[in-house]
Unconditional design. Sequence first.
Length: 130
Amino acid sequence: MLIAEAHVQTEDPERYLARLGRHASKMGKHLLHQPRTHDGGDAPPEIRRVEWSDRSGALILNWGQCTLQAVPGTLRLRAEAADEENLTRIQDLVAGRLEKFGRREQLKVTWHRVRAAGGVTGGVTGRVAP
């Protein structure tokens, strides 16, 4: 299992957690329209389950999963997937949405790879803030 984490600095992490949860749950329900492609023509993810509360959430996709945790001043993200391609897809999808939702606050999502045992590796992968 490949893992990447990001800690997004924001004054209102609960708001962004809930907004991402609402957005993802709507994506999973819109089965009657033609879904847009993501990441240069890739098919959109299959949303298998979305759950969230005031402080935590989870997006379960056919690509893998992303868990979210709101703590004071920070929204913590953890993406997990079986392979590099799907991990990058999850990172790009979540970062793109959060940065769009938080454009007024200029949110930036920078992912860092994590070893399965919990240690952060030296490289940065996925969507990197410009």
